[in-house]
Every structure is written in structure tokens, then in C-alpha cells.
Design a protein around this ligand. Structure first.
Ligand code: ATP
Ligand code: MG
Length: 234
């Protein structure tokens, strides 16, 4: 049994099902990557795992417990961190206020965690008093990841963390994500930059129409001629 698994997930937003029995899993210290065409249901799968979607069928198991009925807030308390694809920072608040918002569930002293976030993303320390809306796209994504880390999650879920950033910034962000995973946190990530993401993935999922099309190691998916031709541009 995986540390986190959305198993046989079926459901949608009230109309036709968007997820059709898809299964996504990740273990501690591992990076799992979901790729697939636009509209495949990647974000919907992430929302389902985080509890933002009612499943008609399937379940979500986390750390040996069935959490299918829990709200997103309750899942955060259990140790899930989620960075959504859009609107993932408070643009009018400063960088530091964003990180403080991330710590909202903590009753203990979170300053050490904030220092760890600043060590991971030094530019955020420099810019800690600036409104997040003034930052570059890549820096904003750092704020969003940092905010999620403030709860000291056991699993970090990232929906397209490198959307709209340059290749250099993407590489840097991936390096930081690898660093986070090495601390023992499970990483579940949706990526548009499929090749680069599968390159750092222990496990990859190709999702099509809400169902698993291919599941394998990142390396094996990259080597699969059919996956390459159909999903990785040759
Ligand atoms: N809030 C919503 N209400 C109704 N339908 C939605 C909602 N969000 C997404 N959908 C629909 O669900 C399907 C899957 O969308 P989803 O955002 O999960 O895809 P995705 O794989 O993340 O795509 P992208 O690569 O563009 O981010 C699409 O048909 C979309 O129109
Ligand atoms: Mg999406």
C-alpha cells in the first residue's frame, strides 16, 4: 500500500464524470509526475486527492488511513500540502504574509520553518516585504511552494509548478523540488513540461480522459516509443 493513493477515482463537477477510475499513488521520498493532454483531468485528479471534489467511486488512502470523507482542511492537518494550478498566492500580501498564511494551522513556533523556506528560496528572503503580486512568475511559484511547506507536510502536491517560467527557472525549481523530496516528503506533481518532469520522476502517470493510459518509471515512459510519439512530441 502506497503512502498516498487515490484509487479508482471516478467523479466530476456534477455533469459527466471527468475522472474515470483513475489511480494515482506516491511514496515518501519519491517524486510522482502526472502528464497528459489539456483537459485530461490532471488538475481534477489533484483536487480529488485533496478533497475538493466528491468522488462517486474510489477512495483516497493516506498514511494507512481512509481519508475519502475528509475536507481539504482536515487533510492539511493530516499532512497534505497542495499548490493549485492558479491563484496560488495572495498577490496583495507580502511574501512573508503569504508564508504566515501557510502556517495558519500551526499552534507552535513556525519561524524555523520560515527560515528553512528562505534557505531553499533565498530570493524570497530578500523580497519578504514586497507584495507577492510584484514578483516574477518563477518567484511567485516559489512563494506558493513555500506557503505549502509552512505546514510541514508529509506530501506536497504541485499542479504545474513551472507554468509560464523560463527553462532556466524551471530547472532551478525542479532542483529545489528534488531537494524537498530528499528530506523524505512525498511529491506528487502535474507537469506540462513532460520530458523534463519525467526526467526527475521516480514514477510517471500518463492520464487521458480521466483514466490511466500509461504508468511506469519516469525513465521507462521516456523510453517508450508510443509515449514519446503521442505525448512527448517525438
Ligand atoms: N470547476 C469546474 N467545473 C466544471 N468543469 C470543470 C471544472 N474544472 C475543470 N472542468 C472540466 O474538467 C475537465 C478536466 O479539466 P482539468 O482542469 O482537470 O484538466 P487538466 O488535465 O488539468 O488540463 P490542463 O492541462 O489544461 O490544466 C475539462 O473538460 C474541464 O472543462
Ligand atoms: Mg490542469
Amino acid at each position: 500500500m502506497s503512502f498516498l493513493i487515490g484509487e479508482g477515482m471516478t467523479g466530476g463537477y456534477g455533469g459527466a464524470d471527468i475522472l474515470n477510475g483513475c489511480t494515482i499513488a506516491v511514496d515518501k521520498g519519491e517524486i510522482a509526475v502526472i502528464v497528459g493532454p489539456n483537459g485530461a483531468g490532471k488538475s481534477t485528479a489533484m483536487k480529488a486527492i485533496f478533497g475538493m471534489l466528491n468522488l462517486r467511486q474510489g477512495r483516497v488512502m493516506f498514511d494507512g488511513e481512509d481519508i475519502t470523507a475528509l475536507s481539504p482542511q482536515e487533510r492539511v492537518l493530516k499532512g497534505m500540502g497542495f499548490v493549485p494550478q492558479t491563484h496560488n498566492v495572495f498577490t496583495s500580501m507580502t511574501v512573508e504574509e503569504n508564508l504566515e498564511m501557510g502556517a495558519f494551522i500551526r499552534r507552535d513556533d513556525y519561524r524555523q520553518t520560515m527560515e528553512q523556506v528562505y534557505e531553499l528560496f533565498p530570493v524570497l528572503k530578500q523580497k519578504r516585504r514586497q507584495p507577492a503580486g510584484q514578483l516574477s512568475g518563477g518567484q511567485r511559484q516559489q512563494v506558493a511552494v513555500g506557503r505549502a511547506l509552512m505546514t510541514q507536510p508529509k506530501v506536497l502536491m504541485l499542479d504545474e509548478p513551472t507554468a509560464g517560467v523560463s527553462p532556466i527557472v524551471m530547472d532551478e525549481l525542479f532542483d529545489r523540488i528534488i531537494e524537498i523530496s530528499r528530506t523524505g516528503i512525498a511529491i506528487l506533481m502535474v507537469e506540462q513540461n513532460a520530458r523534463q518532469a519525467l526526467n526527475i520522476a521516480d514514477k510517471g502517470y500518463v492520464l487521458v480522459q480521466g483514466a490511466n493510459r500509461y504508468t511506469d518509471t519516469g525513465e521507462a515512459l521516456m523510453a517508450n516509443p508510443e509515449v514519446r510519439r503521442t505525448f512527448l512530441g517525438g
